[in-house]
Design a protein around this ligand. Structure first.
Ligand code: G3P
Ligand code: MG
Length: 244
């Protein structure tokens, strides 16, 4: 399967985070409107173990709630406003469940990178919950989701539980990382764009994996990375980068 993967030049980061509140359905609609073929989203578990689409460990930056996501039940999270912090135009935009987000993204005809962000000790519960939802709602006829994480434990579990491609997230490349990525049969290394070097790209490609770089919003920088051999770029701004 991995050899059949087709990597996009751009992946809308948290949807289209420059134009709409990140990780909301509004952001995924916006990414589709801007022509994104893929979007990335972040997953956390709420109290009760339901996967929701949310980046931070805590609610303060992007909602009117307080405290840790993991300490709130779904009904509590659903009562929050995850849009006004970005703009009053998005007032009362809710936090989506993973199920709602994947159904919407599939309906919009986009592909998806599901990034799993477990709390301490939560890896197995998170992988099982997120994969169960994804298997339920993601169309069998669509290209499979890319499952990524900074957690080796999560990726090893995901590799054992499903055939979908794995993206190994890390800040910087090193040889040891390549071995760890191989051990979970990763299809890609997803690296911080600031540290990607041509020698890393050759080593990763020689190992049969793709290089995905996050997060780039400057068209000149995107062109430099593509010219260097980076396969895909995560961007908050699919509009400017596709025009650049
Ligand atoms: O998956 C790429 C990127 O989203 C990883 O970092 O913190 O934005 O989730 P973060
Ligand atoms: Mg992410």
């Amino acid at each position: 399967m991995i050899s059949q993967l087709r990597w996009p030049r751009l992946i809308g980061h948290r949807g289209a985070a420059k134009w709409a509140p990140e990780n909301t359905l509004a952001s995924f609609f916006c990414a589709a409107d801007l022509g994104a073929e893929w979007v990335e989203l972040d997953v956390r578990l709420c109290k009760g173990g339901i996967p929701v689409v949310f980046h931070d460990e805590t609610l303060e930056r992007t909602t009117n709630g307080l405290g840790r996501v993991a300490q709130h039940r779904l009904d509590e999270l659903k009562s929050l406003d995850a849009g006004t912090w970005f703009s009053p135009r998005f007032r009362d935009e809710p936090i989506p469940t993973l199920e709602e987000a994947l159904s919407t993204i599939a309906r919009l005809g986009m592909e998806v990178n599901i990034e799993l962000k477990p709390d301490q000790g939560e890896a197995l519960e998170m992988v099982q919950a997120a994969l169960a939802v994804a298997k339920k709602v993601w169309p069998e006829t669509a290209p499979p989701p890319l499952i990524s994480s900074f957690s080796h434990e999560v990726l090893a579990l995901a590799n054992g539980l499903c055939p979908w491609p794995i993206g190994y997230l890390a800040e910087r490349f090193d040889q040891d990382l390549l071995e760890r990525a191989r051990s979970v049969r990763a299809a890609s290394l997803n690296l911080n764009a600031n540290y990607v070097q041509p020698s890393h790209i050759s080593a990763i490609h020689d190992a049969g994996m793709a290089v995905l770089a996050y997060t780039v919003n400057d068209p000149t920088e995107a062109r430099r990375l593509w010219a260097m051999g980076v396969d895909s770029i995560f961007t908050d701004d699919p509009k400017s980068l596709s025009e650049g």
